[in-house]
Design a protein around this ligand. Structure first.
Ligand code: GDP
Length: 195
């Protein structure tokens, strides 16, 4: 079962700040504004737990949340800011690479994709990094309530085609709406049942 209790543990800016790899970990990645904070808040049922930061100059922290006694939920900083300074982007990429390649307890990455927009070039970058880091990733479509069913199908087809090129991709796509609650229990069950 997906535990009810969740709390913020810490924000990490360097590898030596990572908590002990002593429980199952999942991470969430996505373009800024994809709905990552809303999804984490919906999953945990805790409003305001994950906060959206649309300020690219802010410290790029990896935020750790405790989910019950057995899980870490990890909020990776949003990527793809239009005006992010290059040095910030490079520093972040370095930390991300190290984190993804060195975290033995990381069972799955969830790559969030906006149901209206599909997979973009910056998402491909993250997927490639997950391939080379051998971290299994699964796509979560966000804001499903914002698109009509037939438009959504087109986007899902585009996502499926993109995923077929990535060896680390888990084929099942999860459709969610943090606003309406769609897919939230499915995602909770996926996390709770990871080995
Ligand atoms: P983040 O930057 O990825 O953390 O994105 P946020 O969670 O802050 O969401 C960005 C914007 O999209 C906010 O205005 C949210 O209210 C909105 N949003 C997020 N999830 C949903 C959803 O499922 N449905 C709708 N309609 N809007 C959403």
């Amino acid at each position: 079962l997906f535990a009810r209790e969740s709390e913020f543990l810490k924000g990490v800016v360097a590898m030596n700040g990572l908590p002990d790899a002593d429980r199952t970990e999942v991470c969430f990645a996505g373009r800024s504004n994809v709905g990552k904070s809303s999804l984490i808040n919906a999953l945990t049922g805790t409003k305001g737990l994950a906060r959206a930061s649309n300020t690219p100059g802010r410290t790029q922290e990896i935020n750790f949340f405790m989910q019950g006694a057995d899980h870490y939920l990890v909020d990776l900083p949003g990527y793809g800011y239009a005006n992010a300074p290059l040095d910030v982007v490079e520093k972040w990429q370095k930390l991300l690479k190290k984190y993804l390649s060195g975290r033995q307890n990381l069972r799955r990455a969830f790559v969030l994709i906006d149901s209206r927009h599909g997979v973009k070039a910056v998402d491909e970058e993250i997927m490639k990094l997950l391939d080379t880091s051998a971290v299994t990733f699964q796509c979560v479509m966000t804001k499903a309530d914002k698109v009509k069913a037939k438009d959504r199908e087109k986007v899902i087809e585009q996502v499926k085609t993109a995923l077929s090129k990535h060896p680390a991709a888990y084929p099942e796509i999860v459709l969610t709406s943090s606003e309406k609650g769609d897919g939230i229990s499915t995602l909770r069950a996926i996390i709770a049942n990871l080995p």
